[in-house]
Design a protein around this ligand. Structure first.
Ligand code: SAH
Length: 229
């Protein structure tokens, strides 16, 4: 087995078991501990940044959007509400099940969103916009590069990604164990250098249009919007 397959199997198993329980709670609105609450707030800010960008453009209802690694639907569900056509998928069937249930209980009309269980590298088709939030953190640079290239091939005009930035400060925090939770709680977290991510986007014919950064005490996410040149 190559490393991508290995990492994928580990990530998939995690998000179908302990990871599912942990993240379903973090991405929900029930009681959580302080650290989880901090991550919840940070993640919501990332979602809000992306929704704000899309709404500002004023054409959301005309777009087809692929949400790769959709989790419990934190982004897909509000986007479907605004009339966009959403193709949401995730490697974890438990996540997809949860997202489907949340969509049914919160959306008046579920026709705008379809959910499927799929590895993002197996996705096909063309979408105006492809979005992949907080997924790359689970993969080392080489695998992340392949994933970005694949996602770029599905995007007609725009790709929005988020990742944990590899900066000196975060590297130190990770070393002393304050940032990423230990192995019992999660899978390995990989940070990525922004310049590496931008280089891959550029080599696929995209250029950066907007950028955002969410940082709370326990959650760090760099958000890039890249558009086709
Ligand atoms: N994008 C969502 C969920 C982030 S959690 C959000 O921001 O709310 C990370 C998700 O990525 C998990 O649901 C996990 O199952 C999914 N994932 C990890 N590797 C994947 C892959 N190779 N293909 C598709 N989904 C993947």
């Amino acid at each position: 087995m190559n490393t991508t397959t290995d990492d994928k199997t580990i990530v998939k198993d995690y998000f179908n078991a302990t990871g599912f329980d942990r993240w379903r709670r973090i991405y929900g609105d029930g009681e959580v501990n302080k650290v989880q609450k901090n991550i919840r707030l940070g993640h919501q800010q990332t979602i809000d940044t992306v929704i704000d960008w899309l709404e500002t453009d004023g054409n959301l209802a005309d777009l087809s959007i692929c949400d790769a690694g959709c989790g419990v639907g934190s982004l897909s569900i509000p986007l479907a509400k605004s009339g966009a056509k959403i193709f949401a998928s995730d490697i974890s069937e438990k996540m997809v099940q949860e997202a489907t249930e949340r969509a049914k209980s919160t959306l008046e009309n579920v026709d705008n969103v379809t959910f499927s269980v799929q590895d993002l590298e197996g996705l096909t088709g063309k979408y105006h916009t492809v979005i992949c939030l907080d997924v790359l953190i689970h993969y080392p640079q080489e695998d992340a590069a392949k994933m970005i290239t694949h996602l770029a091939s599905l995007a007609e005009s725009r790709l929005i990604l988020s990742f944990a930035p590899k900066t000196l400060c975060l590297t130190l925090l990770k070393k002393i164990g304050e940032f990423f939770p230990g192995p019992s709680k999660t899978t390995r977290a990989y940070q990525h250098k922004e310049k590496d991510i931008i280089a891959i986007l550029e080599s696929n014919g995209f250029k950066i249009k907007r950028e955002g950064m969410t940082s709370t005490n326990f959650y760090y996410s760099r958000i890039l919007e890249a558009v086709k040149e």
